[in-house]
Design a protein around this ligand. Structure first.
Ligand code: PLP
Length: 397
């Protein structure tokens, strides 16, 4: 047999985050590797979905979603993001923001197009670009503040550059792009005539600074593809409800690919999310930041105590911590040591960098219930002792 997987499949690998979740399950550890968000789903969302199922909303919907959720999202975009969009032609509901990004790339990028990606990056952004035969070009954010310069952006540009991916607040760094940085990116995108793909899934998870949607900057609406969803905000990662906001020039093609790959997002769950958007008060969203900043501070405090110095995130719900003190040549070995010795799973920093930039980093997720996070912190606190035991053992050997 001469059959083999496609060249495309050979180029992609299983997400390191999933790999660590499997390792964690084997030792019945606490999974701070995956952003699974096991906090409670708001009642309005749950009840809305249940009523939709009982009320017979169980068939295919329009490829871009039910009118109820498109209208609810358009109103939220106006109120929260400051973006005016037409719910009939400029909102596409998809299978999570992952589906939104994939449909956007399929419809707007050609094979060989270069797309700028900031690193540390979110692995799905990288792999989606690779899957559609685009060519990622990296701009490295500099720790500990994850800064970049407009000169670094310019150096990444070529005549083949077609787009730039933004993720603010960012996974895994927790960076919130400042107004000035977004203005550099806007000027750069206009100068080189680029699409800006902006993943704003953590828009409500803000601890310092404020969320700015790039589409609101002068001259940016037409070229900006705004992507977000409710996996994180409503703790419904398994529901697969995300959306794209884009000028009607692009939305038709995106809707076509959304139909081709997913047909539509799950019908009753679209209703549940729409009900959540319509019914939940402003205070619900304010509580997200207030609750998560406590989780951030608990985890960062513990990491600091045990010598895994954290780069304290300004948003999202991940921490990159300096793992130099852990034994192991690679970040993967360091994360396996940590899991074995403390029962806490993290993700190797190498999963977020194209080169060796992440080998001394581990990523921890704090989207956990308070009890589980406290338990993880207790487990982590034995680390200092475990490291000195390890040192003694290696001396004896
Ligand atoms: N974008 C980023 C930056 C993420 O971190 C994640 C999940 O971890 C997603 C998208 C996935 O979102 P969704 O569940 O809407 O596909």
């Amino acid at each position: 047999m001469n059959l083999s997987v496609s060249k495309r499949a050979a180029r992609t690998v299983q997400s390191e985050i999933r790999v660590m979740s499997i390792e964690c399950e084997k030792v019945k550890g606490i999974n701070l590797a995956q952003g699974v968000c096991d906090t409670e789903v708001p009642e309005a969302v749950r009840e809305g979905a249940k009523r939709a199922i009982d009320g017979g909303i169980n068939s295919y919907t329009r490829a871009d979603g039910l009118a109820e959720i498109r209208q609810a999202i358009a109103e939220k975009m106006r109120r929260f993001n400051g973006i005016e969009c037409d719910p009939e032609t400029e909102v596409i509901v998809s299978a999570g923001s992952t589906g939104s990004f994939y449909a956007a790339c399929l419809s707007l990028l050609n094979p060989g197009d270069e797309v700028i990606l900031f690193e540390p990056y979110y692995g799905y952004h990288l792999n989606t670009l690779i899957a559609v035969d685009a060519v990622p070009v990296f701009v490295t954010l500099q720790a500990p503040n994850w800064d970049f310069t407009s000169e670094a952006l310019e150096r990444a540009a070529s005549p083949r550059t077609r787009g730039i991916v933004l993720n603010s607040p960012a996974n895994p760094s927790g960076k919130i792009f400042t107004k000035q940085e977004l203005e550099w990116i806007a000027a750069f995108a206009q100068k080189h005539d680029l699409f800006v793909f902006t993943d704003e899934i953590y828009e409500y998870f803000i601890y310092e600074g404020r969320h700015i949607s790039p589409a609101t900057l002068p001259g940016m609406w037409e070229r900006t593809i705004t992507i977000s969803g409710y996996s994180k905000t409503f703790s419904i990662t398994g529901w697969r409800i995300g959306y794209t906001i884009a000028d009607r020039k692009w939305s038709k093609a995106m809707s076509f690919f959304n139909d081709l790959v997913y047909v539509c997002a799950p019908a009753p769950l679209q209703v549940g999310v729409a009900q959540g958007i319509l019914k939940l008060p402003e205070s619900f969203y304010q509580h997200i930041s207030r609750d998560y900043v406590k989780k951030r501070d608990l985890l960062c405090g513990t990491l600091k105590e045990v010598g895994l110095t954290p780069s304290v995130p300004k948003g999202a719900y991940y921490v990159l911590a300096d793992a130099s003190i852990l034994p192991g040549r690679t970040s993967k070995e360091k994360s396996m040591f940590l899991l074995r010795e403390t029962g806490v799973a993290s993700v190797a920093g190498s999963a977020f960098f194209s080169g060796s930039g992440g080998e001394n980093l581990l990523r921890f997720c704090f989207a956990k219930t308070d009890e589980e996070l406290a338990q993880a912190c207790r487990k982590l606190s034995v680390l200092t002792e475990k490291i000195s035991q390890q040192k003694t053992l290696s001396h004896v050997r």
